[in-house]
Design a protein around this ligand. Structure first.
Ligand code: PLP
Length: 431
C-alpha cells in the first residue's frame, strides 16, 4: 500500500494558491480519481514522492527523460554551464552548435529557431505558414494536441479532452473559424475540406504519430497522402514532433515513415528536461522569420545557455548512439507482448497501440485509429487500472488520452515487474 498523507496535505494546500493545485491540468488525477503524488526526486527509472514511495516512472516528464531521470551526462552539461551565467540575452556559440546538430538530425530542417516550449513552437510555425502563404485557415486533426495556443484548442486531445474541454472557452469565434478539423487517418475528409476552402488553407498540422488521444498510429499512406495534397494545393505541411522528435528515431517520425514535411515543431527531448522547444524547416520558409523576414517571433530566454547545454548533451548522445532506438523498441515490445499474452488468455477486450517506445492500452473491442474509436475505451476501467498500478508502484499517465514513454533505464527486471503489475491490476480493475 502506498503512503499518501503528505501528498494529500500538499494537494489541499496547493489548491489555495494554484488553480486546481497544479501548474498543468493533467497532473491532477481528475480523470482517474485520487490525489496527485508530490515528487521530491528521481533517478533512472524511479521517482520518489513526499510520502517516501518509490515509483517506476513510465511518463518520464511526459517524454523528455528518454535516458531516464537525472542523466549524468545532461546534469554535467548543466553544471558546467551554470558558472558562466544563467542568461545573456545575446547570441552564443552553443546556439549555432545545437542548430547545426538539429539540422543534421531532422530530415525536414534546414534552419531552426529555438523557443521555450512546444506550445510556442506550434504557434510560431502556423504564423510562418500563414505569413508565407498569405492564407488564414489551418487544418488540424480531432484528438491531436499542439499545445495551448488558441488556434489549437479545437477538438484538442491530451488534458483538454481528459477534462472535457476540447474546445476551450476564451478562444474567439474568429480564431476558431480559422481552424478546420478532420478525423485522424481520414484523407478523404481532408480532401473535402481543402476543396471547400480552396486557396484559403495555409497549413495542415498533425502529430505524425498521435500521442494525445492515447497512441494512434498513421494508417499506411496517410502521411504520404497529406504530403501529396499539400504539394498540389500549395499548403504548408507541418509535423508536430514535440513528442515524437528524437524519440521514435534520431530524425523523429519523419525519418521513421520517410515523409518529409515543410515545417517541423520540436520540444520535450530537445531540452533534456529543461524548458525548450524549436521549429524549423525549409530555408525558404524559415527565412520569413524575423529578423531575416517579416513574420515576427521573439523570446527573452530563447536559446537560454543552460537549456541549450542540456539539450546539446542529450541530442549529441542520441545522435552518436542510434542503438538506443533498437533498445527502446525491444524493451517496449516486451512490455506490450507480456500484457497482450495475458489479456488474450483472460478474454478481456483491449487494444494496444505501439510505435517504438510509445504505447497505450485502450479497454475497447475496436481497433483505435482515430479520436472516435479512442473514445470507445472504457475510461472508468482505465481509472481503476491506473490506481491499481499506482498501488503497485508503477506511475502511468493519469488519463486514457495519453501515451506512455519508455526510457533506457527500464531494465529486463523492470519489464517483468511492469508486466506482473499489469496482469494483477487488470484483474483487480475487472472485479
Ligand atoms: N505538441 C505536442 C504533440 C505535444 O504533445 C505537446 C505537449 O504535450 C505540445 C505540442 C505542447 O508542448 P508544451 O507542453 O511544451 O507547450
Amino acid at each position: 500500500m502506498i503512503q499518501a498523507a503528505t501528498s494529500n496535505d500538499l494537494f489541499l494546500r496547493a489548491q489555495n494558491s494554484i488553480p486546481g493545485g497544479v501548474n498543468s491540468p493533467v497532473r491532477a488525477f481528475k480523470a482517474v480519481g485520487g490525489n496527485p503524488r508530490f515528487m521530491v526526486s528521481a533517478k533512472g527509472a524511479y521517482m520518489f514522492d513526499e510520502d517516501g514511495n518509490k515509483f517506476i516512472d513510465l511518463i518520464n516528464s511526459w517524454g523528455p527523460m528518454i535516458l531516464g531521470h537525472a542523466s549524468e551526462l545532461v546534469q554535467k552539461a548543466v553544471q558546467d554551464a551554470i558558472p558562466n551565467s544563467l542568461s545573456f540575452g545575446a547570441p552564443t556559440r552553443k546556439e549555432i552548435e545545437i542548430a547545426e546538430l538539429i539540422v543534421s538530425m531532422v530530415p525536414s530542417i534546414e534552419k531552426v529557431r529555438m523557443v521555450n516550449s512546444g506550445t510556442e513552437a506550434t504557434m510560431s510555425a502556423i504564423r510562418v505558414a500563414r505569413g508565407y502563404t498569405g492564407r488564414d485557415k489551418i487544418i488540424k486533426f480531432e484528438g491531436c494536441y499542439h499545445g495551448h495556443g488558441d488556434s489549437f484548442l479545437i477538438s484538442a486531445g491530451s488534458g483538454a479532452i481528459t477534462l472535457g474541454v476540447p474546445d476551450s472557452p476564451g478562444v474567439t469565434k474568429g480564431t476558431a473559424n480559422d481552424t478546420l478539423t478532420a478525423p485522424f487517418n481520414n484523407l478523404e475528409a481532408v480532401q473535402t475540406l481543402v476543396e471547400a476552402n480552396k486557396g484559403q488553407v495555409a497549413a495542415i498540422i498533425l502529430e505524425p504519430v498521435a500521442g494525445n488521444m492515447g497512441l494512434v498510429t498513421p494508417a499506411d499512406g496517410f502521411l504520404q497522402g497529406l504530403r501529396s495534397i499539400c504539394d498540389k494545393e500549395g499548403i504548408v505541411l507541418i509535423f508536430d514532433e514535440v513528442m515524437t522528435g528524437f524519440r521514435l528515431a534520431r530524425g523523429g517520425a519523419q525519418e521513421l515513415y520517410g515523409v518529409t514535411p515543410d515545417l517541423s515543431t520540436l520540444g520535450k527531448i530537445i531540452g533534456g528536461g529543461m524548458p525548450v522547444g524549436a521549429y524549423g524547416g525549409k530555408k525558404e520558409l524559415m527565412d520569413y522569420v524575423a529578423p531575416a523576414g517579416p513574420v515576427y517571433q521573439a523570446g527573452t530566454l530563447s536559446g537560454n545557455p543552460i537549456a541549450m547545454s542540456a539539450g546539446m548533451a542529450m541530442l549529441t548522445y542520441l545522435n552518436e548512439h542510434p542503438e538506443v532506438y533498437t533498445q527502446l523498441d525491444h524493451t517496449a515490445g516486451k512490455m506490450v507482448a507480456g500484457m497482450q499474452q495475458n489479456l488474450e488468455q483472460s478474454g478481456h477486450k483491449f487494444t494496444i497501440n505501439r510505435v517504438g517506445s510509445m504505447f497505450s492500452i485502450f479497454f475497447t473491442d475496436q481497433p483505435v485509429n482515430d479520436f472516435e474509436s479512442a473514445k470507445t475505451s472504457d475510461t472508468a476501467m482505465f481509472g481503476r487500472y491506473f490506481n491499481a498500478m499506482l498501488q503497485r508502484g508503477i506511475y502511468l499517465a493519469p488519463s486514457q488520452y495519453e501515451t506512455l514513454f519508455v526510457s533506457t533505464s527500464i531494465t529486463e527486471d523492470l519489464v517483468e515487474q511492469y508486466v506482473q503489475a499489469s496482469i494483477e491490476s487488470i484483474k483487480e480493475a475487472l472485479e
